[in-house]
Design a protein around this ligand. Structure first.
Ligand code: SAJ
Length: 441
């Protein structure tokens, strides 16, 4: 089958789709295409996830508006089915790949999952099929890894035996369906015609721009957009440190700076977590590892953001010592463990780093987070006997906490606000000793 024939099948919604990797990216994509009338086969290693999906149950935790209804619709039509067996892929015309692409402690990408998928897919790949990598990958990975591994595993040649594209996803926990349908995407094709065919396909589920590009551009756009955000956050964090040192108020400074045209200073805070921002700058850096490009800004921004939990620990210890508390005889309540407000996602949680630092200094720590199952204890009870409360995540629930009642449980009324989320004057009026990140004394 050539691309012209494939486009006819796509237009008739007769192209048979497969999605390999049914996580928070792959599953919604599979469900959206099934909802548009395509026959979709989902492949995942995890048998329990496959069974859930075939039983009409979404495998995604957390609040995802619209996902349960979408799931119910597609299961009734029978257009979405899941399997653990790659053999079922032999008749699929289009295969989307949505597996994890983490980086390790040395910031090196770990492509084991991606390579395993390509090696299993190769032998069963239908002649003329279109393979699209949706995972975030370092610039150059399509050319240097995906293409050679798939050609070797399939015994087929690019643009003869199969077609190949890269279409990075732009999802976010809590907004999976919203982002998938409303955010523009780059469609990186091995050829212009491949990119156009990809745009035709994604046009069924995306109501925003689909920009045809080549592989390297698609890989750069995705990693650069998140490196951009990481650098912006690091800048805000560094200004917070300056304000703390000079007695400035970074929150007021930020508001006034952002009144200036073409300024968009981001929010300083207790750290940068999640599955995208801490990882993608390193994927971008890895893409130029063999060139003599002196990367200084992007690695430095990572270092600034990674040390924010340690900075918060310094604020806590300073406040305890000012309150004449011996660290080894102190107890601290952490409010918020998730990496993001109003989310249960704990990947790369800054609070996890802070807790380790405090415990290393013999400080007793307890944690409360209304969205994370193991930390859903009563905050007023947890605060009993504590010498400080530390707000690490701007969960909406912490706006309605009764801080007067909370203070009654505390041994020492110290509050550290790591997100500039609370009303400092009201807290002081209640008798708290308050420190807010970026608001120097
Ligand atoms: N954070 C700050 N200051 C800020 C913004 C975020 O400290 O000004 C912290 C957050 O607390 C969190 C981390 O950074 O710990 C990441 O926050 P995020 O808002 O970037 O949320 P993510 O990690 O889910 O980012 C995703 C990204 N989307 C994709 O990779 C497809 C990102 O590019 C989006 O900008 C973001 O969602 C979004 O806001 O949609």
């Amino acid at each position: 089958m050539n691309l012209s024939q494939l486009r006819e099948k796509i237009e008739a919604q007769a192209a048979r789709l497969a999605v390999i990797g049914l996580g928070y990216v792959g599953f919604p994509v599979a469900a959206l295409f099934a909802d548009q009338g395509f026959d979709v086969l989902g492949i995942d290693l995890k048998a329990d996830r496959v069974e859930k999906i075939n039983a009409g149950i979404s495998p995604i935790e957390g609040e995802e508006p619209g996902l349960a209804d979408l799931m119910a619709r597609v299961i009734i039509t029978g257009r979405l089915r899941a399997s653990t067996s790659y053999r079922d892929l032999h008749d699929q015309d289009i295969i989307l790949i949505d597996v994890e692409t983490p980086v390790d402690e040395q910031h090196i990408p770990r492509y084991e999952a991606l390579k395993s998928v390509l090696r299993n897919l190769g032998p069963v790949l239908k002649p003329g099929a279109l393979v699209i990598v949706e995972s975030t990958i370092a610039p150059g990975t399509m050319q240097q890894l995906v293409l050679p591994v798939l050609e070797e595993a399939s015994g087929k040649k690019l643009n003869e035996g199969f077609y190949l594209g890269n279409c990075p996803e732009r999802v976010m926990p809590g907004k999976l369906l919203h982002n998938l349908t409303n955010l523009s995407r780059v469609v990186g094709g091995g050829t212009v015609e491949t990119a156009q065919t990809m745009a035709l396909l994604y046009g069924f589920i995306v109501r925003a721009d689909l920009d045809p590009v080549n592989w390297i551009t698609a890989e750069l756009v995705k990693t650069v957009e998140n490196a951009y955000r990481d650098v912006q956050i690091a800048f805000a964090n560094e200004v917070a440190l300056i304000c703390d040192a000079l007695g400035g108020d970074v929150w007021k400074v930020r508001d006034l700076v952002n009144k200036t045209p073409y300024r968009n200073m981001h929010l300083p805070g207790a750290g940068v977590g999640g599955h995208c921002i801490p990882k993608d700058p390193w994927l971008l850096a890895y893409g130029v590892r063999d060139q003599q490009v002196p990367l200084r800004l992007i690695p430095s921004a990572r270092a600034v953001n990674d040390q924010m939990p340690s900075y918060i620990a310094g604020m806590i210890c300073g406040a305890l010592e000012e309150g004449k508390r011996l660290l080894s005889n102190s107890r601290v309540l952490i409010l918020g463990y998730a990496y993001l407000e109003n989310s249960d996602d704990i990947r790369n949680s800054p609070s996890e780093v802070l807790i380790r630092i405090l415990r290393d200094r013999q400080i007793e720590v307890c944690v409360q987070d209304p969205y994370v199952s193991e930390y859903q204890g009563d905050p007023y009870h947890l605060a009993e006997g504590c010498d400080a409360v530390v707000l690490m995540v701007k969960h909406r629930d912490y706006q309605s906490l009764d801080y007067g009642k909370l203070k009654e449980s505390l041994r020492t009324p110290i509050l550290i606000d790591g997100r500039g989320a609370l009303h400092e004057d009201q807290l002081r009026a209640l008798g708290y000793s308050v420190k807010v990140i970026g608001r120097g004394q």
